[in-house]
Design a protein around this ligand. Sequence first.
Ligand code: SAM
Length: 196
Amino acid sequence: MKKLSLKDRFHHWRRKMRWNRQYKKGKWDYLNNDREHLRYQQIVDYINKYSLKTPTILDLGAGEAVLNTKFNPEDYTHFYNVDFSKASIQNAKAKNLSKSTSLVADIHTFNPDQTYDVIVFNEAYYYVHDMLRQDVLNRFIKKLNPNGLLIVSIYREGLDCWEVIDANPNLEKTEFNIVKTDREQTYWKVGAYRLK
Ligand SMILES: C[S@@+](CC[C@H](N)C(=O)[O-])C[C@H]1O[C@@H](n2cnc3c(N)ncnc32)[C@H](O)[C@@H]1O
């Protein structure tokens, strides 16, 4: 895998510290509001439509596990929330979500032993360093079970992200939607992909 320079690693660490501070201050509490709910709902809909009845789900950059809370525990076998911010994972754990594991790990290096039916990058892929986007995507594609589903949600245009995902020779696009809201400038592009 490509390695970040010392300077980039330093900036990455600083960003992680910033996320921790913001989660401690409650800056991301608004993700629970009705407007944001629309994008989580799109992800839930894709999973209901295209995945197994009770999938194992890995949410990368899961924050405080808001997506996890949008499901009934009967609807999944196990839900894994992964984020590099300790503060967000503490808040996720405090929710005591059933059949769920919340883990502090960095998407740049996280390399789980197991495979999953669904892997989600929900407002997280564009935080992956651009030099590592290809490697990270390929690593997690290998963690999908046969017929597994990759779901990516990106705020507004997501420049330099969709290009990488759409060009991946191992993925085929299953569905792609733009989730619009009452605010013209607030929208998300949400794609569902399968292994070819
Ligand atoms: C905009 S928040 C989205 C949180 C969550 N996916 C949601 O939509 O509710 C982006 C999240 O990505 C996490 N993140 C950013 N870079 C990361 C990395 N390299 N490894 C793990 N998590 C990362 C941040 O800590 C933050 O929780």
